[in-house]
Design a protein around this ligand. Structure first.
Ligand SMILES: Cc1ncc(COP(=O)(O)O)c(C=O)c1O
Length: 356
């Protein structure tokens, strides 16, 4: 059994050794000039990489934290969720758990929400926010966001986007969102523990009026602390901030277009393999760029495949929730390369008996 199992699971994803090494640097106090410099650099590089002037906030939390934080900060009462898989359904539950009047347009798993349906639902009605999951990690469905943003704004609603498993891999215009967030352990290629968040001026303005925003994820106190001293109100996970700082330099060197192209190339390889040997779960035309969900049309014992693959030093995921045995998931995000994806697919061929 190999000791380093290379992760092709949709998070936590593989983290390069040089990135991991960054985390072992000596700690600094979180109220020091060094911390201010570190956070300011991260802040500026995030704005630079994503080509935006929207507010940037990095919280020590996982993505689920910002599912809650985005709702608490920007919604006083009414929010409309578009659900098409497990994570978008979770977000709806999060809104309800925070006492919001949360409505939904519900789609079958595997289907992408359609802008037309939103337009129809909003006719003559108003809601404070539209919540959409850009990349449904349970189903491998990617939803283009531009039309949703336009419709939300035409109806005076904010557009909230969970891009937990796609930002930094897929191409997304942050400026076409009001709140968008991603977990560090996905396409950023970092360990878990940070949620990277962008907030539009409209959303900041709305936040000022919302009561009961809570404490830990309060956008206003985060902004005040940043403006005053480039710091964070609570103690941040400093090793993860080191890794993000380092990774942003690497991402800027690679370039946003190149990073997207690499993800597209990996996605095309896995999608082709999946179509030739099985079929894909996602609605055609809406396949994710960062992970592929494959229908288990050969009735494979997925746990057994995973075990054999692990003995070759690689790991993929079973299906999510109710799709556990019906599908399996291969992630191609972060710093993985087409060569590594090729090695994975070869290993899968051998295990499944597609190649003797
Ligand atoms: C699309 C999506 N949203 C939200 C989450 C929850 O994020 P976290 O596990 O970082 O809390 C996940 C996790 O996989 C996800 O894939």
């Amino acid at each position: 059994m190999k000791t380093h199992i290379k992760l092709f699971i949709p998070g936590p994803t593989e983290v390069r050794e040089d990135v991991l090494r960054e985390m072992t640097k000596p700690q600094i106090g979180h109220r020091t000039k060094e911390m201010s410099e570190l956070y300011e650099r991260i802040h500026n590089n995030l704005q630079k990489y994503f080509n935006t002037k929207n507010e940037v906030m990095v919280f020590t939390a996982s993505g689920t934290g910002m599912m809650e934080g985005s709702i608490r900060n920007t919604i006083q009462s009414d929010v409309l969720h578009l659900t098409n898989g497990s994570f978008s359904e979770r977000w709806l539950e999060v809104s309800k758990a925070n006492g919001k009047n949360a409505d939904s347009i519900k789609y079958e798993w595997g289907v992408a929400p359609k802008a037309m349906d939103l337009e129809e639902r909003l006719a003559g009605k108003r809601t404070e926010g539209i919540a959409l999951t850009h990349n449904e990690t349970s189903t491998g469905v990617r939803t283009p966001i531009e039309d949703f943003y336009r419709i939300a704004h035409e109806h005076n609603s904010l557009f909230l986007v969970d891009a937990v498993s796609s930002l930094a891999g897929d191409t997304i215009d942050v400026n076409k969102t009001d709140v968008i967030f991603a977990s560090s352990q996905k396409a950023f290629g970092l360990p878990p523990g940070l949620v990277i968040t962008f907030i539009s001026p409209e959303a900041m303005e709305k936040t000022m009026t919302v009561k009961g925003r809570g404490y830990y994820f309060d956008f206003i106190s985060m902004k005040e602390d940043y403006d005053a001293r480039k710091q964070i109100p609570a103690t941040p996970a400093i090793p993860l901030f080191y890794s993000l700082d380092y990774q942003l330099e690497k991402m800027l060197q690679e370039g946003r277009e190149n990073r997207f192209r690499r993800h597209k190339e990996m996605a095309a390889m896995v999608q082709k393999w999946g179509r030739e040997n099985f079929s894909l779960f996602a609605e055609p035309g809406y396949e994710s760029v960062t992970l592929t969900v494959v229908n288990n049309t050969r009735n494979l014992n997925i746990e057994n495949v995973r075990k054999l693959l692990r003995s070759k030093g690689m790991e993929i995921s079973n299906g999510y929730g109710k799709l556990k045995e019906k599908t399996f998931r291969i992630a191609h995000m972060g710093d993985l390369t087409p060569v590594e994806v090729g090695e994975l697919l070869n290993a899968m061929d051998e295990i499944i008996g597609l190649k003797q």
